[in-house]
Structures are given as structure tokens and as C-alpha cells.
Ligand binder design. Sequence first.
Ligand code: HAM
Length: 423
Amino acid sequence: MGIQIPRGTQDILPGEIEKWQYVEQKARQLCESYCYEEIRTPIFEATELFVRGVGETTDIVQKEMYTFKDRGNRSITLRPEGTAPTVRSFVEKKLYGLPEQPTKLYYIGPMFRYERPQTGRMRQFYQFGVEALGSNDPAIDAEVIALAIDFYKSLGLKELTLVINSLGDTESRTKHKQALIEHFKPHIDQFCDDCQIRLEKNPLRILDCKKDAENPLIQEAPAILNYLNAESSAYFNKVKQYLKEMKIDFVVDPTLVRGLDYYNHTAFEIMSNAKGFGAITTLSGGGRYNGLVQEIGGPETAGIGFALSIERLLMALDAEGVALPIDKEIDCYLIAHGEQAHEKATVLLYELRKAGFKADQDYLNRKIKGQFKSADRKKAKFTAILGESELENNTIAIKEMLSGEQTEIPMKEIIAFFQSKLT
Ligand code: HAM
């Protein structure tokens, strides 16, 4: 048997890749209009970054990281997410010292998690994410949420639910943590081994345990919203008020806790309600992470962001039957009859491409009929035909494929011809 692709990964082939390019371009345009700039960080980082950043008790750190020793005996991890690397770079490159703040960044790239593969859950997946660092203004929480919603809507998705919650500040979370410990402690033997460890270290993690999700004690657990202090409540109210004024619908779910440890205050997820979307309905998630910059060695800095996977986005587009407006046409296919014509066409093709046209020709020595078929498969708007008589007269015959209209022009006018027709 030949070598096969690793489990939980996929090849994205021509025919499919155009969708990726389209949505990535949309993401870039949108970030540009929201004034977020691109950052590219390495695919691998020091393992310590994620242990400290994402959190020791999370599933990601405990079970899902691709970690290995490099040849210099350093512990390296393929990035499971983009927030910790962005913050690492923000601290290391002292972006907080730049005169213009907040620092608003976005990224698109592969992430790696050793999860049990299923529809919508891959071991390598692509995230588009944004991070806004350096502002504690609830308006920026609303901005980040609006950007995520706008992105989906601009692509044509309609069946979306925005779910939000507040995890509060440190004081609120400490009180909530105590209440959770008291709630779960008498019954902790009903829970999985991981949850038994989580109880003292980080009881919030019990709430999103995949194994114990059905245990009624989880539904009955004390809700964070009842433990928010006045400041945290006011912050959350302001975020909700902005969303209302922006006419972005949302539901508050006090059980939404997110699977990474760095969150506080605003947490949100966007779900797909499309029929046939599958068991995993979360399209994207994010929230505020004041404290993470300090955790990673920088000055006290507020932060908020979100990430979504392109895989789940494309699944949602499929489930809602949205076809992306992808243009696969080419401008011109050169059809050559005979060796000499092929040589001439090769040079003309180069000229056409230099002038900015999408153009191609036959490289398999096909007969004229086969070349026309190839032009059809490539959805050529025009074919330009070079035969013996055209070569002799220094002309070229041009056929507009849709109308069938044909003209013959001097060969040297080919660029001007296409410029007048296509630009
Ligand atoms: P996350 O919830 O772990 O958050 O992941 C965000 C999104 O990435 C998910 O909603 C989902 O679309 C996608 N995703 C996660 N795991 C997989 C997978 N195995 N296969 C396919 N898609 C997946 C974060 O990663 C945070 N860094 C988000 C964030 C940014 N928070 C603040 N800033």
C-alpha cells in the first residue's frame, strides 16, 4: 500500500482550493476595513508557551498537543492555536511600545491538535483569528464580535447564533471557583479522573468536560453570572448594549466557559443552526484575556480576540447551500496548428500573460478539436487560433466562445485587442 495522508488532515485540491482563497481574501479585506494588520508567527513554538498560555489543566495541553524534542533537546510544540503565539510576539517584539495602540492583529494559518478526528474536527485545521491588544474598552469587545459576525454574513451565512457570557474579573472568578468546588466536591467520585484533578486546580474545566457533559450536576452548577462583581457586571452590560445598538442578535448562556484558561470578562461563540451541519455546531469562539500578556512576561495589557476554522466555515456554507462566486474562467486559450504555430503561440502566450491576461495553450500535441475541448474545460472566454495561413499573413483568428463570433486581426495587435475587449 502507498503512503497515506495522516489521520485528521486533508489535501485541499484545485476545485476546492478556490473556495479557500476566496474566503481568505474576504477575511483580509474585512480585517483591512476594521484596521487589523496581519501577523505571521512560526508554526512551532516552545512548549512552555502553551502550557503557560493556554493552561495546564486544559484538554489542549493535557492531551492534544503535538510535542517533540528537537535535535537540540528543546521541547517544541506545533501551535494548537494562535493567541498565545501572537501574545508571545507582542511581548518579545515590544509591540506594546508602539505609539499607536491598541495593537490590532489578524492571522490565517494551520493549527494542530491531536483530537479524535470527526466531521469538523481535524488534527490540522486552518484558523482565521484576530487579536486586539491594549484596550479595556467594551467597544472593542463589540468590534471583535461584529467582525466575526460580519465575516460570516458577508459570505452569505444566515443560520447563526451568537452566544455570549461573562467570566468576570479575577475577584468574581475566585468567588465562582469556590462555589464550584463546594458544588462538585461531595459528588466528585461520579466524575472522570480528569475532573477529579480539575476540582481543586480549575473547577471551571469540569463544566466543559466532554466525558461528563451529561451529568446533571453540570447543568445545576452555580452560574458565573451570579458571582460577577459590580464592575464586571457593568462591563458585560456595556458590551451587550453595544451589540443591541449595532443590531447584532445574541443569546446569553451562563454555562459558556470556553476550553482555554486565559479568558475573563467577555466570552463568546458563534454556532451554526443549519440543518445537516453535524454534531459540532461551534463555528468560532473567542473572548477577553486580560492577564495573558503578563503571564507571558509582558506588561499588564488587556486583550480580546476570536478564531474560527475555515474547515467549519466551508461546512456551514455547504449546509446552507451557499455557493461562493468563484470565477474560474480564463481570458484566452491559444490554439496552434503545427509545430511552427506552437512555437509562435508559446511566445505570444508569454506576451499575453505579461500584459496581465489569464491565458493558456496545449502542451500535449493535441489535434485542433482536442485543443478546443481543452479551451472549453478551462472556460476560455476567447480562443486565438494560429494556423499556417495566419502565420503566413502574420495574423491571428480570434473566436469569442460565448457568441461564436470570429475575427482575424494582425498578430501584433493581439494585446490591444484583448485590452479593448476585457479591461
Ligand atoms: P478555540 O475555541 O479552541 O479557541 O478554537 C476556535 C475555533 O477553531 C473553533 O471555534 C473552531 O472553529 C476551530 N477549531 C478548533 N479546533 C478545531 C479542530 N480540531 N478542527 C477544526 N476546527 C477547529 C481558540 O483557538 C482561541 N485561540 C480563540 C481566541 C482568539 N480567543 C481569543 N483570541
